[in-house]
Design a protein around this ligand. Sequence first.
Ligand SMILES: [Ca+2]
Length: 125
Amino acid sequence: MALLPNEPMNITSLNYPDKYPNDEECVWVMTKDSPNNESTFGSIVLVFDDFETEDLDVVSVGHGSVYLENIILELSAKWVPEAIVTNDVSMWVRFESDDVVTHRGFAATVEWFPYQGTYILHNNT
Ligand SMILES: [Ca+2]
């Protein structure tokens, strides 16, 4: 997914807000897309707007374009919305569910704030 400056994008687990499938692996790689080869300074900010998975169904988030490298955090179960930030050119998100028990999953907003030093969080509430 290409991130354009100040253009928020949404990602959700499969079927959200209905239950996600068992045995599912989904990966998103979001990369700053600098239209005129201008700078890729600034932060990629991911905010979970909703999050509920089974304990064993884990969302991993990291920086860079190779998923499962440079992990920032792994989360499951219930999660209080909080911003995850990187200044890298890319951020990845991976979701893997096991073979039993599903919940409604997650919805998240990701945005590239191209300026150094400050960012503004947008949320839906
Ligand atoms: Ca499960």
